[in-house]
Design a protein around this ligand. Structure first.
Ligand code: PLP
Length: 395
């Protein structure tokens, strides 16, 4: 009989020649279970998706309840559907006042696409500024603002009038002018290997955008929903964007994204032309029901306290001669080693011992620590012991 592993390599398109290829049958809390029963502690959380852990009972109940009522009814923006309405209401209640209008998408990349179109439409300008080493997604527009030439070269020409500047460089802020439609930034750069903004950087970026009438777009796709130790990274740094982007943890494990702006900005997208940005599945009822259950749980529980406690524990315990730096905030952490070779060996060794981590797109010297936000102190200690043992065993 042909195994699922064989079919995976035969009939599924590959994203690289080196997939983790871990076969998982079920998952619960912070644990992934392979068919033979072997269990793995998950330090990836589906790349910052499974914030409440896997198979959270309340989220599953919400999905089942909604499935019994209805699934897809109509393209986004036409029918009044309770799950979309309730989630938008709750999200806007938790965001700064200007972020009061939600446009749902299916993914992070689509949220980026929508935001870029919105910024052009609202400002009437076409230049877009993004940051070196930023990751914003794989669709053509999102790839255009992604700041890594190796990923983009083969797909040019991409969207014109996109320029990249240096993250954390105050000098580069002068490049934002009255001709710039928007600046898109991750408040904490994720795939660059968790790069935090310098103390005043985001505030000065905000000032420069306001001075020039440029819209500031925060890509909170990886940082949102508790990951940084606050509900949103914008709360952590006290800087409010004109447009905020969400996905990943937003749907409580189901696909869901959004771009959120003020009513005035968002309204420009529905006229001249009408239907200038549309989606069939954006804001799927099941995703919104799951997203609302998840958002309420994250907001109403002490989960961000746990994020700060266990995040600090990771940073304290991960000390080893092979570790050059442990960077991050909350449970958005990069551990930097001497070389990409060590990172590869560490990932393989830890997986063998039942702890799953992976690398960052633009930083081969780092491995990822972004577990579900419910990870306990005991699980954190266990993860650190395994990681340190695995480092000891690398020849
Ligand atoms: N923006 C950031 C910061 C991301 O980390 C990602 C995905 O990793 C995206 C955008 C793209 O999201 P998606 O994969 O849902 O299209």
């Amino acid at each position: 009989m042909v195994s699922d592993r064989q079919i995976f390599f035969r009939n599924l398109a590959r994203t690289s020649e080196f997939p983790l290829a871990l076969e998982i049958e079920k998952a619960s809390g912070c644990w992934l279970y392979a068919p033979g029963g072997k269990k793995y502690l998950d330090l990836i959380a589906g790349v910052s998706v499974s914030n409440l852990g896997h198979n959270n009972k309340t989220v599953i109940e919400a999905i089942k309840k909604q499935a019994d009522l209805h699934m897809h009814l109509m393209v986004y923006g036409e029918f009044i559907q309770k799950p979309q309405v309730r989630l938008a209401e709750e999200l806007c209640r938790l965001l700064p006042e200007n972020l009061n209008t939600v446009y749902y998408t299916n993914s992070g990349s689509e949220a980026v696409e929508g935001a870029l179109k919105l910024a052009k439409r609202f400002t009437g300008r076409h230049e877009i500024i993004a940051f070196n080493n930023a990751y914003h997604g794989s669709t053509a527009g999102a790839l255009s603002v992604t700041g890594n030439e190796d990923l983009k070269r083969a797909f040019r020409p991409l969207v014109p009038s996109v320029r990249h500047i240096e993250f954390n460089s105050l000098d580069s802020l002068r490049e934002i002018t009255a001709g710039t439609a928007c600046v898109i930034a991750e408040p904490v750069q994720g795939e660059a290997g968790i790069v935090l903004p310098d103390e005043k950087f985001l505030g000065l970026l905000r000032e420069r955008c306001s001075e020039t009438g440029t819209l500031l777009v925060f890509d909170e796709i990886q940082t949102g929903f508790g990951r940084t130790g606050k509900l949103f990274a914008m709360d952590l740094f006290g800087v409010t964007p004109d447009i905020a982007l969400f996905a990943k943890g937003f749907g409580g494990g189901l696909p869901l994204g959004a771009f959120v702006a003020s009513e005035e900005i968002m309204n420009s997208l529905s006229t001249n032309p009408p239907l200038g940005h549309i989606t069939t599945f954006g804001g799927h009822p099941l995703s919104c029901a799951a997203g609302l259950a998840s958002l309420k749980l994250i907001n109403e529980s002490s989960i961000t306290d746990n994020v700060n406690i266990t995040g600090e524990l990771f940073r304290t315990l991960l000390r080893h001669q092979a570790i050059k730096e442990v960077r991050g905030t909350g449970l958005l952490i990069a551990v930097e080693l001497e070389s990409p070779r060590l990172v590869k060996k560490l990932i393989a060794g830890a997986m063998e011992k039942g702890v799953v981590t992976d690398w960052f797109l633009f930083n081969e010297k780092c491995f990822r620590v972004s577990p579900p936000l419910i990870i306990s102190e005991d699980e954190t200690r266990h993860a650190c012991n395994v990681l340190l043992e695995s480092l000891d065993e690398i020849d």
